[in-house]
Design a protein around this ligand. Sequence first.
Ligand SMILES: [Zn+2]
Length: 203
Amino acid sequence: MHHAQNLIICEHCDSVYQKRKLLRGQVADCTVCGAVLERHQWIGVDGQFALIVASLIVFVIANVSPIVTLKLSGMAEDTTLWGAVIAMWNDGAQIVAVLTALTLFFFPLSQLMIFAWVLWFARDGRRAPGFAEAMTALVRVKPWSMIEVFMLGTLVAVVKAHTYFDVVPGAGIWAFGFLTVLITVFSSHDARHLWDVTGDAKA
Ligand SMILES: [Zn+2]
């Protein structure tokens, strides 16, 4: 850590402050415009990296395991996320199929991969190649990664389908649930601190 540049600038009104050490749960606000300057980081870089690796493993499990098993008159059918996407596509709901694949697979996966890339280097206090682009991409991708919305949708669908079928939640749904928790914990973090913990001299 360099103590020379112990200043923090408000992103909204450009006021400059002396940085202070924050305690658990503390948030520093701009006294001029009220914007959040900084949050206390309660998980270190190593901890965040471990969290991302765990999320990637759970992500794989979530995508290959059946989300639900439908049972109707003695027959049982498993549905994975990809099975559902293909079924929607074949049903003429191509737009929904593409949106589902993007918001539940491609965006969350790129979010996790970019974080893993940046954190891998940040563990040694280094900036990953393409660090600035990666940090910008994370801000852009975040609103499109909608696993929480999917969780709610699936729960509603499971409850509704229960009227007609015997619906058994599969391992995939638990994995997605766990992933929601992991991503929520992770998102409560301010990714901007990665600028501070990595040095700019070494690329
Ligand atoms: Zn301000």
